[in-house]
Design a protein. Structure first.
Length: 374
């Protein structure tokens, strides 16, 4: 424990890159500012790499780059990228099982493969998945905590009221407990445990790049699985900011005055759902602030809880998992340099897939941390 805390304190004095990623099924997605890579370990031991150029909406609409707006954009882009990457990795990792299941249903192999490829693109199905994910999140982390808080208030005979800080503090605590319990429970599933290992591998590979070291398994293995700008830290900020915002909001806005309790609380939940988006924008600005102020006392203080939460969402990866993560980030850097994607205003290459045997099959890049600082 002491050794881990020392590692965290050292990390919080660094600068961090605009390259980020996500663990997927048997692999890692890595997105640099202008490239989008998914690397997946196949059943035969080789690594399938999907390479594509990334054109974010912020390149087309400058106003989206403004503070607070950009956080909302990043949230939805991350969800879209995540769904596409998970679908792709599932297609690769479970290719044989999916084909066999499709054939049993009377589909041809061509029809099955076409259906699988359709899930690998951002389309209508992607937005439906985002919408359903959003509804699930709202139900689990907005409606349920609020309902339980109202029930607790009624059960113990408290007189907090929606305009009190106590109500929203208890709401936030219940919300945090639900999140911790959810992560703790899914961590027992073997497949999710492997995803958590790839999550740790993603962090290790990015930390290796940020340290200016060569992207090798040997170098990456010595770094911790924690990273200050992880999505887990973002979730902590969402919880923290929501308590403050809702406590202030409901102190000044009278909701459902004169209505029965059930209607009053449903109206409050509706208002919370509306404010979920701006809260995400504020949380994103906080995580960017932390990235720029990691050497300050405030930056260290804000980063620490999120880093501790990562003890639940990351696991120590093995060398093969670490290799996949390094393939992903090395490919992203290679494409950025080869096609000078930073200056590209049109498509420089088509989406491409390739199978490689090891990390050595991906050429090293000369790009450094300073080329990607935010």
């Amino acid at each position: 424990m002491v050794r881990q805390l020392k590692k965290i304190s050292l990390m919080l004095g660094k600068q961090y890159t605009s390259i980020g990623g996500q663990a997927v099924i048997e692999g890692v997605m890595m997105r640099s500012p202008n490239s989008f890579i998914v690397a997946v370990r196949k059943g035969d031991g080789s690594i399938r790499v999907r390479k594509s150029q990334w054109f974010g909406l912020s390149k087309k609409f400058n106003f989206i780059k403004k503070p607070f707006l950009r956080g909302v954009l990043v949230l939805f882009e991350t969800m879209a990228n995540g769904i596409v990457s998970l679908n792709y990795s599932a297609n690769i990792a479970m290719n044989e099982e999916m084909i066999e299941d499709g054939l049993k249903k009377g589909m041809t192999k061509e029809e099955i493969e076409e259906k699988m490829r359709g899930k690998e693109k951002v389309g209508f199905a992607t937005f439906i998945s985002i919408f359903l994910s959003f509804l699930f999140g709202i139900a689990l982390f907005v409606m349920l905590p609020h309902g339980l808080t109202a029930l607790l208030e009624s059960t113990i005979g408290a007189k907090w009221g929606l305009d009190s800080f106590q109500f929203h503090a208890v709401d936030g605590i219940i919300k945090a407990l639900i999140f911790l319990l959810y992560i703790f429970l899914i961590g027992f599933f073997p497949d999710i445990k492997r995803v958590f290992q790839y999550h740790g591998a993603e962090h290790k590979s990015i930390s290796t790049f940020e340290a200016g070291e060569e992207l090798t398994v040997e170098n990456a293995s010595k770094y911790t699985t924690f990273h200050p700008r992880c999505g887990t830290t973002f979730i902590f900020f969402l919880l923290f900011v929501s308590i403050i915002i809702f406590a202030i909001l409901f102190a000044f806005i009278s909701v459902g005055e004169g209505q029965v309790a059930v209607v009053k609380h449903l109206m409050a939940i509706g208002l919370k759902i509306i404010f979920t988006i701006p809260i995400a924008g504020i949380s994103y600005e906080l995580i960017k602030f932390v990235g720029k102020k990691t050497d300050s006392l405030v930056g260290r203080f804000l980063s620490f809880p999120g880093m501790m939460l990562q003890r639940l969402t990351t696991r120590e990866p093995d060398s093969e998992q670490l290799e996949v993560a390094l393939v992903s980030i090395r490919t992203a850097l290679f494409l950025e340099e080869k096609y000078n994607l930073k200056e590209a205003d049109q498509k420089a290459f088509e989406v491409e897939e390739m199978d490689i045997n090891s990390l050595d099959d991906i050429a090293a890049s000369n790009l450094k941390l300073n080329d990607f600082l935010e």
